[in-house]
Design a binder for this molecule. Structure first.
Ligand SMILES: Cc1cc2nc3c(=O)[nH]c(=O)nc-3n(C[C@H](O)[C@H](O)[C@H](O)COP(=O)(O)OP(=O)(O)OC[C@H]3O[C@@H](n4cnc5c(N)ncnc54)[C@H](O)[C@@H]3O)c2cc1C
Ligand code: SF4
Length: 321
């Protein structure tokens, strides 16, 4: 019998939802930790628009570590900083990929003798498609920005709705680049599994049961399965893996709308929860040839499928949903 319970969820505050990639449930958990005097660790952009983990101890700084960044986040000294905070008796909320969360838990287990830290640490991972190569992101960004200064990046812009999200890049001259996930070359390469980290294709951190307290994700099937929770502003799934997580969710019910769903619904609508994505057959040649200067054209060329293959795939998908 699984101890994990699954919920459809979204933040009651519309402005928080608009700022979040999905339903804004990470914000609710982070806000709770900060209000109790704790520290929150998550992924932020650095000055080069690469991604790294950093600490946040005030609600004003929380925005830096909100939103999905579809590129590998570097850990730097994060594990030792989390350890230091726990040893000083501070509450910590850590959010990262399932492999980062398991790595943190095993680091703490191996380096701290007593178990007091377990009461202080709450961990969140997410259903993880995989993380793309930092090198591809750097090259893509250089190309799309054409040397203009970037002021903000949102991989999950909701201007055209949560389901039809887009990659948005703002520049200091007031212009913006906004392209749907289905058209932006970088997002297409990511979603076609062309340049994920090698280990993501055979990921051992999947499954309904986890070591983390919570797993969060998008509830992509919500419009048909739970229409009352759908308004295209972002609905999340939360998996609560233990009794403490359930207690935290009860406390959060003032700020988050929750509805329990079956674990099977999560598997049905979000297969990466249990199954690694397929390795793109062009991955090796993509990295070997590297595409010269024009990375966008090279990505699109690499994932291009003949019309007949596309039609066959569409029929297969329709029959198997
Ligand atoms: C690389 C990646 C792959 C994902 N794959 C899936 C998927 O296949 N299916 C699915 O349903 N959801 C996936 N998600 C999760 C989804 O995009 C949302 O982050 C999630 O639904 C939570 O939304 P939110 O609105 O509650 O939180 P948000 O405010 O969007 O917060 C997101 C949290 O994730 C952390 N984070 C962001 N980027 C990274 C990163 N690169 N590395 C580590 N931590 C990061 C942030 O620090 C923050 O704590 C993925 C996220 C990432 C970053
Ligand atoms: S897919 Fe697996 S290995 Fe890749 S980043 Fe996610 S948890 Fe880590």
């Amino acid at each position: 019998m699984s101890t994990t319970k699954s919920f459809a969820a979204y933040n009651k505050d519309e402005s928080i939802r608009a700022m979040s990639s999905s339903g804004g449930v990470f914000y609710a958990m982070a806000q709770k930790t900060l209000s109790e005097g704790g520290i929150v660790f998550g992924a932020a952009f650095d000055s080069e628009w690469q991604v790294h983990h950093e600490a946040c101890s005030s609600i004003q700084d929380l925005q830096r570590i909100m939103q999905s960044k579809y590129v590998q986040s570097s850990m730097g000294n994060t594990y030792t900083n989390v350890r230091g905070a726990l040893l000083s008796g501070e509450k910590v909320l850590f959010c990262g990929t399932p492999c980062q969360v398991e790595g943190l838990i095993s680091y703490l287990t191996n380096t701290i003798k007593d178990n007091a830290w377990k009461e202080l640490l709450v961990t969140i991972d997410f259903i993880c498609h995989g993380v793309p190569s930092r090198m591809v992101w750097r090259r893509y960004l250089r190309e799309v920005s054409e040397d203009k200064k970037i002021t903000n990046i949102n991989f999950r812009d909701k201007t055209n709705g949560w389901r039809n999200f887009g990659l948005r890049i703002d520049f200091d001259n007031g212009n913006s680049y906004l392209q749907s996930q289905h058209k932006d070359p970088y997002m297409r390469g990511f979603l076609n599994n062309l340049y994920l980290r090698e280990s993501c294709y055979e990921c051992s951190f999947r499954g309904i049961e986890r070591e983390s307290d919570f797993t969060i994700a998008d509830f992509w099937g919500v419009h048909t399965l739970l229409p009352d929770f759908f308004d295209d502003k972002g609905t999340s799934i939360i998996l609560a893996h233990n009794d403490r997580a359930i207690r935290i969710l009860e406390e959060l019910s003032k700020t988050v709308n929750l509805c329990e769903i079956q674990n099977d619904v999560v598997i049905q609508t979000n297969s990466p929860v249990v199954k690694s994505v397929n390795r793109n057959s062009k991955r090796d040649s993509f990295f070997e040839h590297n595409g010269g200067k024009d990375i966008s054209k090279y990505i699109v060329h690499s994932i291009h499928q003949p019309l007949l293959t596309r039609i066959k795939r569409k029929i297969f998908k329709t029959l198997h949903f």
